[in-house]
Design a protein around this ligand. Structure first.
Ligand code: PMP
Length: 350
């Protein structure tokens, strides 16, 4: 069997698993809160399983368009924002083309670029774990087709400042697609952070990606959306696997928009918990970047394996990377054990 060698070599998508029912799963940046009653009711009311869903998810797109003051064609919905990332990369980059993004960032980027047949250009994060937008702009060649900016960045939790982003957009040629991945936007509290929504209509080459997986707690139903120029979104739509947003998923997303205030209250609770954990870790001596998503980054370096094992033994399932550990902000009950284990770990760091 002849399969593409670069595809066979791709790593499987990693997903932390809780070994014991008592463990806290803090490895996938999920929302610890379950769906609100209105969302459960909307899912239950959706029963036309013998029919295909509306291929363009028009009701949900109309709701989102009204919310952001856009036309429905300036909204594209996919089965998670990861599907939209894939579609946008496929629409703009192919063999011989380059996709520039900061690294370390969202693990799916390199795989999606490889699947498109294009080449990843990974620009190292700054020592403070944030994106180096100057270096990213300097990495543009005549083969560059796409640049991805992730704010807040998964896994380091850092944001890109609005002024920095606008300076970046001013030097990136408008023929190159810029994807601003804002999967964690709702958790951002830093007033200087870039807000993709406020930039819509200003750039012909900017698409902003958001998701219902994180703040809205619908990771299991798979709904994400992209906002931007119609021509780019039409090209993305052309690459999409048809009918992948189910009626149940659309109904849950619409019902979530109906209870937005309650959901944003939960987001604030998670944000406050995050800031409390960050302050405590900083006091313990951790050099953790100020977190702006629903997770924190422990720069454990060479001690990562040992530290992840200790956290696992304490019943906390976390996500280790070569440079450090990402820990999602989970249930309130997980906080005490997290801080206790981190206090022990920080003593053993070089
Ligand atoms: N972008 C970033 C930065 C992410 O961290 C994730 C999920 N881990 C996604 C996109 C994709 O999320 P979803 O497909 O659930 O919308």
């Amino acid at each position: 069997m002849r399969l593409r060698p670069e595809i066979i070599a791709l790593p499987a998508y990693r997903q932390g698993k809780a070994a014991a029912a008592s463990a806290f799963k803090l490895s996938s940046n999920e929302n610890p809160f379950g769906p609100l009653p209105g969302v459960i009711a909307a899912v239950g009311a959706e029963t036309t399983y013998n029919r295909y869903p509306d291929a363009s998810a028009s009701e949900l797109r109309e709701r989102l368009a009204a919310r952001y003051g856009l036309s429905p064609d300036e909204v594209h919905v996919g089965s998670g924002s990861v599907a939209l990332l894939s579609q946008l990369i496929l629409a703009a980059a192919g063999p011989g083309d380059e996709v520039v993004y900061s690294w370390r960032s969202f693990e799916a980027y390199p795989s999606l670029v490889t699947v498109a047949g294009a080449t990843s250009v990974q620009v190292p994060n700054r020592p403070d774990h944030g994106h180096d937008l100057t270096a990213m702009a300097a990495a543009i060649t005549d083969r560059t087709r796409v640049l991805i900016v992730c704010s807040p960045n998964n896994p380091t939790g850092t944001i890109v400042h609005a002024a920095e982003f606008e300076a970046f957009m001013a030097v990136v040629p408008s023929t190159l697609l810029v994807i601003l991945d804002e999967a964690y936007a709702e958790f951002v509290t830093d007033p200087d952070a870039v807000r993709g929504i406020s930039l819509l209509g200003r750039y012909p080459n900017l698409v902003v990606l958001r998701t219902f997986s994180k703040a809205y707690g619908l990771a299991g139903l798979r709904v994400g959306y992209g906002l931007g120029p119609v021509a780019i979104l039409d090209a993305a739509r052309a690459t999409a696997i048809p009918l992948s947003v189910t009626g149940v998923a659309s109904a849950a997303a619409i019902a979530s928009l109906d209870v937005d205030d309650e959901l944003m209250e939960r987001v604030r609770t998670i944000g406050t918990r995050r800031d409390t954990i960050w302050r405590a870790l900083t006091e313990q001596g951790w050099n953790t970047p100020a977190p702006q998503g629903n997770f924190i980054w422990l720069p454990t370096g060479a001690e990562t394996g040992v530290a992840a094992e200790a956290l696992g033994a304490a019943g906390l399932v976390v996500r280790p990377f070569p440079e450090g550990i990402r820990i999602s902000i989970g249930e309130e009950e997980s906080v005490e054990e997290l801080l206790r284990t981190c206090a022990e770990l920080v003593q053993n760091l070089p």
